[in-house]
Design a protein around this ligand. Sequence first.
Ligand SMILES: Cc1cc2nc3c(=O)[nH]c(=O)nc-3n(C[C@H](O)[C@H](O)[C@H](O)COP(=O)(O)O)c2cc1C
Length: 153
Amino acid sequence: MPKVILLFCSMSGNTEEMAEIIESNINNHGLEVHTFQIDMDDAMATDLLDYDAILFGTYTWGDGDIPYEVEDFYDDMEDIDLTGKVVALFGSCDSMYPNYGGAIETFSERFKERGASNVLYHLKVDLTPDQDDVERCQKFADDFVEQLHMYAE
Ligand SMILES: Cc1cc2nc3c(=O)[nH]c(=O)nc-3n(C[C@H](O)[C@H](O)[C@H](O)COP(=O)(O)O)c2cc1C
């Protein structure tokens, strides 16, 4: 059974809502997920090493920037080898900003740099998830589980 970690940060709760939908859908597939809110829980970049699969959620700040509360986590990722990990990223963004969901792209590049060859999709939701977005989150989780089984074979 693959070990799955879900890490996220969220200022006003939108990315957190996505994380909850994704977690519950992955649980529905019979997989256990260990979930951490980066700024609240004691989650460190080295924790990633203990898992086969990583779900990473972040909102975007400033001008397409990563939020300050994940800056240390981002920097600490520099020293870890994520070869072979299956990764998918998600987050709430705001289409009023020119750099829509830039933090997701930045983290995606970081995961790739660190050797996570299977960086899958990015799910971006505009502000608070509406009913369509809830379904997109559910599908995102379904696809993730499918990919996990594929890579595990
Ligand atoms: C000061 C500020 C800057 C922001 N900059 C961006 C941005 O560059 N790109 C973007 O897509 N969203 C940007 N956002 C929007 C947030 O990412 C969006 O509100 C998101 O829903 C917050 O997610 P959360 O509820 O999980 O904290 C910005 C929001 C604020 C308050």
